[in-house]
Design a protein around this ligand. Structure first.
Ligand SMILES: Cc1cc2nc3c(=O)[nH]c(=O)nc-3n(C[C@H](O)[C@H](O)[C@H](O)COP(=O)(O)O)c2cc1C
Length: 231
């Protein structure tokens, strides 16, 4: 007998404006490719867009009815971007207003950060775990990705093959977990880019300086602390 089609929501939550494709959006598109089949119905929620367009209620309705959600976001100040934090809090309130309905959804987190060490994302994954508990959902595991700053630009290079495979393998594991209603606890997946650390930081610093120049600033301006200087 065939099982009913499972509902999946892919929540992508980079606050970046669209002129530059966020890595989180790219990762969500990879998730979609892994899930696209007769067994799933996939919905996409772009948190920034739905907040800007006042469409959060529609997104919340979809989240309330889902079998699984994958929350994909960048690390901001060692935690969730404020936009996503607020979105999840608002969802929790919406859920309570709707009578606390819970569908035992599964939750997965995909977090990427600028520093090379994926472990830096652990606190953010813990926040998603606690959110899952609060909404009566089951947190399954997180995919923690370091070196996010270079993944989009280098994803097709031969040295990135293993990294990209690790990422897609983790998404396949999510798929199997949802399909099989897995109950075995699954640990987080850690993905780090193998790249000379010094060169990575050199390129990162160069990126900040070039952005400063484009905005009419000099290197020293990057070290200003305008809010602190005001007191
Ligand atoms: C405001 C801000 C805060 C950030 N905070 C951190 C941080 O605490 N640790 C870190 O490793 N990277 C940090 N980053 C880097 C982002 O996590 C990284 O660039 C990520 O790849 C962006 O993903 P996205 O393209 O999906 O937005 C920060 C970036 C911004 C813009």
């Amino acid at each position: 007998m065939s099982e009913r089609i499972k509902e999946i929501v892919l929540i992508s939550a980079s606050p970046k404006v669209e002129k530059e494709e966020p890595l989180s959006a790219y990762l969500a598109s990879l998730e979609e490719r892994r899930f696209k089949s007769d067994e799933f119905h996939v919905s996409n929620v772009n948190v920034r867009q739905c907040v800007m367009k006042n469409q959060t209620e529609e997104a919340f309705r979809t989240m309330l009815a889902t079998d699984a959600m994958i929350i994909t976001f960048p690390l901001y100040f060692f935690c969730l971007p404020g936009l996503l934090m607020r979105f999840l809090q608002d969802y929790d309130q919406y859920r309570v207003r709707q009578g606390n309905v819970t569908k035992n959804a599964r939750v997965f987190a995909v977090v990427n950060c600028g520093f090379p060490e994926p472990e830096i994302n652990e606190d953010a994954v813990r926040v998603i775990k606690s959110f899952s508990r609060r909404i009566g959902a089951e947190f399954r595991f997180g995919v923690l990705i370091g070196g996010g700053g270079m993944i989009l630009g280098a994803k097709d290079a031969p040295f990135m093959k293993k990294v990209m495979e690790q990422i897609t393998d983790a998404f396949d594991l999510m798929r199997e977990d949802v399909l099989g209603n897995g109950e075995t606890p699954l640990g987080n997946r850690y993905v780090s880019v193998r790249f000379p650390r010094k060169l990575y930081f050199f390129m990162g610093n160069y990126g900040w300086m070039s952005m400063a120049r484009q905005n009419g600033l000099q290197k020293k301006d990057l070290y200003l602390k305008p809010y602190r200087d005001r007191n």
